[in-house]
Each structure stands twice: as structure tokens, then as C-alpha cells.
Ligand binder design. Structure first.
Ligand code: ATP
Length: 271
């Protein structure tokens, strides 16, 4: 594997890519998952690679929904397991009773088992969905396959890095759907009851921290959330960053700063 220098300005991102690449070779991450990650990275650039005030509000609201749920479930795919298995374990510790269910677009029994092993080794208890025994009505393909003790009976579903069809199908079943997706334009973000537009690991850490704070729990109470407003705020942040960065004069790359042949070199002493 290529050695990465910690001094590289994008060291963290390169490390994450190398990690995902390695897990793609073991079959935990699907090749399509690598593409989805790239899409997410682009949106995180636009967002400024930080949790915005609006995302923080969404995280706080989501923590209340998860706390008040009768049966909350977090749905885990290959990318989520690869990027955030320890964060999923921390979330489960912060919200005892949270079910963790493997749900895959590109399912093979071996892949589901490998993802479950990764989750367990990070400390997740009782991983569901390895051998699904029920279906989400109205959804074709393997994405419909769920666990009778998990997503099928959940009242609140946390769906990180989900696709729009499934989010819609879960809502049609009457579930309260919380998404985590960096793309405020995705069908998932557009469809979820409570979209969190933030990077997966930041959002999960934020949720665990919020849930760790003691609060009164009222089962079945889900205070309304302004999903449209949250998406508008995320789009505004991205638009603002794109235009303000664009308004700054571009920094010339080092090589371009050297005077070219024929350009008279200015003396350092010239005022
Ligand atoms: P949709 O059906 O919702 O429109 P999609 O086709 O845009 O989905 P998918 O490829 O199904 O997207 O799912 C990946 C989504 O997850 C993308 O919207 C991407 O921005 C987002 N994403 C990828 N990596 C991360 C991450 N680390 N944190 C948060 N979101 C991410």
C-alpha cells in the first residue's frame, strides 16, 4: 500500500480512502460504495468539512426522536460499517435498546457476515439482518430484505447513506425516518422526515454525545422537525461557500509564480 505522509494537507481523506479501498478488496465495501464515498466527499467540501449549526439542530432533534422511540433501529451498509463501526457501537451504548441491522443493496451472504463481524469486533451487540426473514412491502430487489425483529417493527429508523426508494418505502410503512447524507439534494434527504446533512462519523458522534446527556424520555413523542428548512440551510451554506471562495483571487500554484522566460524579473528591492 502507498505510504501516506501525515503532512499531506488531505491526509485524513487519503487515509479514509485507503481504508475503504482495503475493505473493498475484502468485500465489505462494494465498488459502488467507493463511488458513493466520492460523491459524499465533494459535498463535504462544499459544506466546509464541519458540522453546521443547522446540522447540529438536526442532530439534537434526532437524538430526541431516538430517545423517545419505542423501537429504534440503525440500518448499516458496507460503507457505514467500514467508516463508522466504532461510532455505531458508541451510539448503541448511548441508546440502550437501539437495534443495529445490516441492510445491503449488493447482498451476498458472505458480505453480510463480514459486515456483521466487523460491527461485532467494534463492540456492536446483537447484529440483525445477516439472515433477513422479512421484506419491506413495495420495494424490489435485495434492499427490501429486513429482519422481523429490526427494521420491520421499528418506529424510528436511522438510515445513514441510504437510497431514496428505500427511504420512501420506510416512510410509507409509517416509520419516522432520520437520514444522514451529505447531499441535501439526494432523494433520501428530500424524503426523510428528519434529514441530517452532515458527514457520517461527525453525525454519529454528535448523536451519541446528545443521547449521553440525560433527558426526560417520553415514549412515542416525536416533536415536529422542519426538514425543508434544514435542507434549505444546508444548500445555503454550500452556495455561500462556493460563491465566497470563488470571489477570492485564485492563489497561483508555486510553479506559476516563477516568472517565465522573457518576463523581466523584479528586483526584491524594487518598491
Ligand atoms: P438517492 O437515491 O438518495 O438520491 P444517491 O443515488 O444520491 O441516493 P447513493 O449512492 O445511494 O446516493 O448514496 C450515497 C449518498 O451518501 C450520497 O448522497 C452521498 O452524498 C452520501 N455520502 C457518502 N459518503 C458519506 C459520508 N461519509 N457521510 C455522509 N454522507 C455520505
Amino acid at each position: 500500500m502507498t505510504r501516506l505522509s501525515p503532512r499531506h494537507p488531505r491526509y485524513r481523506s487519503l487515509r479514509t480512502r485507503a481504508h475503504l479501498g482495503a475493505l473493498a478488496r475484502t468485500g465489505v465495501v462494494a465498488p459502488e460504495g467507493l463511488i458513493a464515498h466520492g460523491r459524499g466527499e465533494a459535498f463535504d467540501y462544499f459544506l466546509g468539512e464541519r458540522t453546521t449549526a443547522s446540522a447540529r439542530r438536526a442532530i439534537r432533534a434526532a437524538a430526541v426522536w431516538l430517545a423517545n422511540a419505542d423501537h429504534p433501529v440503525v440500518s448499516v451498509n458496507g460503507n457505514v460499517a467500514a467508516l463508522a463501526a466504532p461510532a455505531v457501537a458508541r451510539l448503541q451504548r448511548a441508546r440502550p435498546g437501539l437495534s443495529v441491522e445490516v441492510n445491503l443493496f449488493h447482498r451476498t451472504p458472505g458480505r453480510a457476515r463480514r459486515i456483521a463481524t466487523l460491527l461485532r469486533s467494534a463492540g456492536v451487540l446483537d447484529v440483525l439482518g445477516v439472515v433477513p426473514n422479512s421484506r419491506i412491502p413495495g420495494l424490489p430487489s435485495d434492499r427490501a430484505r429486513v429482519d422481523r425483529r429490526g427494521i420491520l417493527v421499528a418506529d424510528v429508523c436511522l438510515v445513514p447513506l441510504e437510497d431514496g426508494d428505500r427511504t420512501e418505502a420506510l416512510r410509507a410503512m409509517g416509520k419516522h425516518v432520520i437520514s444522514i447524507d451529505l447531499n441535501p439534494l439526494s432523494r433520501t434527504s428530500e424524503t426523510a422526515d428528519l434529514p441530517i446533512v452532515d458527514e457520517l462519523t461527525r453525525a454519529l458522534e454528535g448523536l451519541a454525545a446528545e443521547l449521553g446527556r440525560s433527558r426526560r424520555r417520553t415514549v412515542g413523542e416525536f416533536p415536529p422537525f422542519d426538514a425543508r428548512g434544514a435542507l434549505r440551510a444546508a444548500r445555503r451554506t454550500m452556495a455561500r461557500r462556493l460563491t465566497s471562495v470563488g470571489a477570492r483571487p485564485p492563489t497561483a500554484p508555486r510553479s506559476a509564480r516563477r516568472p517565465s522566460a522573457g518576463t523581466p524579473r523584479r528586483s526584491r528591492r524594487t518598491p
